[in-house]
Design a protein around this ligand. Structure first.
Ligand code: ADP
Length: 502
């Protein structure tokens, strides 16, 4: 892997749009926001919250005191002193014959403390249908207090318990709470900073990995493997990039192959043309018979060149969707017969046997000349790759509203691991290299493009050394009636039918 530490060292500024910085900043901002909210809540709600919690606590305490008072009068004093102490409250119980007062440290004498508060709450209790009442009394500063009064169900109606509880935390409690909040804030900020740092590193690591690999790929190293370990998304990206790199490698390989093949294939006819032209100048120029024969070779080689260039143009047009189609309804069997006829001449001259097994007429919608090009390609390949067994069988099968064209040879066949590639442009099987059979590897990719434009199904069954069956299948349509036939409109009435097709 390339060392990019130098690059990093040279980057003086923080990259604010990087994943690392963004995650870090987001977390820190979030943490600060959280702390601000915490402090805001603390300052604005602590008093209200404290008052509410205190009220509930006082009511609970009162209930416990009442139970104790009724059930165990002997140990009540100790219990009440303790309760007053731990809760920081003032307790007064008026029973018929006495008044008990507890302030937290001991049982105290009645000094008339909180007399006003108690008088008020007593009248409130007496005028209320409830068993207990509370009231908040406030004086200057933070001296607000909760005043509570309740009847004690001890037998006498006039037994009442009063509790006075300060409603706000004292300064010490406030300070403790505040310092606790400072610690919490610090912990929140620190923890989120470390979390953010760890997360940002985890997030950016696979992306940095992928970037490094992409840099290597861009330098032509197709062996590089993309590793997006860590997250589903980066794994997915790595898989897509690995596929892309594999495809790039394949394309690159084929392009190099085709360059080698095409240069070789172009060179052969060019050499021939040049040497025959020289021959005409030097030797046969004055001899009309020899000269015509040499010119014939030149024309033949020029045609070969022309075919190759036409193939290349077709591929490029198909690739850019720049193909004009002349759709019409025509009989595939008739078109196939035309193809067969054109090869029959060759068959007789080159000791070939070509058989034709047609079916009844099968009308299809398509570009007749392009479909003929497809069939011609299949048959010429069958002839080209037939090896020593010079027998080719052209078959048409019809049924189920479909017609299939088969071109079967018993030639060299295609190795099973190469079958899927024969439709790729520039692909030529390994057997070609051994046998030095002329070709560009473009024919079948043109066929594939044309058949796709016709929405046809197509394929090949082949076995190495035994031969191949290249086929395509299209939907049949009704035979056009005579009037329509003249216009040859592409009436894509795909509703095949019962005998009427014929
Ligand atoms: P070309 O024949 O110009 O090489 P094609 O695209 O027509 O290109 O074919 C691609 C490859 O598929 C051929 O190079 C050949 O290896 C293989 N191929 C095509 N037809 C046959 C066949 N009938 N038998 C064996 N191999 C075939």
């Amino acid at each position: 892997m390339a060392d990019h530490t130098g690059d990093r060292a040279r980057q003086p500024k923080v990259d604010t749009s990087s994943i690392k910085t963004t995650t870090l900043m987001s977390f820190v901002i979030f943490a600060l926001f959280l702390v601000a909210v915490l402090w805001g809540l603390f300052n604005s709600f602590i008093n209200t919250y404290y008052a509410r919690a205190r009220t509930q606590e006082v009511i609970r305490t009162a209930n416990a005191l009442e139970t104790q008072f009724i059930q165990d009068r002997d140990s009540f004093d100790t219990y009440a002193v303790q309760t007053a102490g731990t809760n920081g409250i003032y307790i007064r119980i008026d029973v018929s014959d006495s008044r008990l007062i507890y302030d937290g440290t001991r049982t105290v004498k009645d000094t008339g403390a909180f007399a006003n508060d108690i008088a008020r709450i007593r009248s409130k209790l007496e005028s209320s249908p409830l068993e207990s009442v509370t009231e908040t009394r406030s004086s200057t500063g933070n001296n607000s207090r909760l005043v509570y009064a309740a009847y004690i169900r001890s037998g006498s109606d006039s037994d009442i318990m009063y509790i006075i509880a300060p409603l706000y935390p004292d300064e010490v409690t406030f300070r403790i709470l505040r310092s606790m909040l400072i610690y919490i804030s610090l912990i929140v900020v620190l923890v989120s900073f470390f979390l953010a740092y760890a997360l940002s590193r985890r997030l950016s690591a696979p992306i940095e990995n992928l970037t490094e690999s992409a840099k290597e790929l861009s330098q032509g190293n197709y062996n590089v493997k993309f590793d997006g370990a860590g997250f589903t998304e980066t794994k997915e990206l790595a898989r897509a990039l690995n596929k892309a790199s594999y495809e790039m490698e394949k394309t690159d390989f084929y392009q190099r192959e085709i360059l080698a093949n095409v240069s070789h294939d172009l060179k052969t006819p060019l050499t021939m043309i040049r040497s025959y032209a020289e021959k005409i100048i030097d030797i046969s120029g004055d001899n009309p018979e020899k000269r015509n024969s040499d010119l014939g070779v030149i024309i033949q080689e020029t045609e070969r060149l022309n075919r190759m260039v036409t193939d290349m143009l077709s591929v490029s047009n198909l690739q850019s969707n720049n193909v004009e189609m002349h759709m019409e309804t025509f009989d595939l069997v008739e078109a196939a017969e035309d193809v067969y006829e054109s090869f029959r001449v060759l068959a007789s001259s080159e000791d070939f046997e070509i058989q034709f097994h047609p079916c009844k007429s099968a009308w299809i919608v398509g570009d007749r000349s392009r479909i003929m090009q497809v069939m011609t390609n299949f048959v010429s390949n069958a002839v080209k790759y037939s090896g020593d067994n010079k027998f080719v069988d052209i078959r048409l099968n019809k049924g189920n509203r479909k017609v299939a064209f088969h071109c079967i040879d018993h030639g060299i066949g295609i190795p099973s691991d190469e079958i899927s590639h024969v439709w790729d442009k520039y692909y030529r099987t390994s057997a070609n290299h051994e046998r030095d059979i002329e070709g560009t590897g473009l024919g079948l990719s043109i066929v594939k493009g044309l058949l796709n434009l016709h929405n046809a199904r197509y394929g090949v069954e082949s076995e190495e050394g035994k031969g191949s069956d290249f086929w395509f299948e299209m939907e049949t349509v009704r035979k056009p009636n005579v009037k329509n036939d003249k216009s040859k409109a592409a009436s894509a009435d795909t509703e095949g039918s019962d005998g009427k097709e014929d």
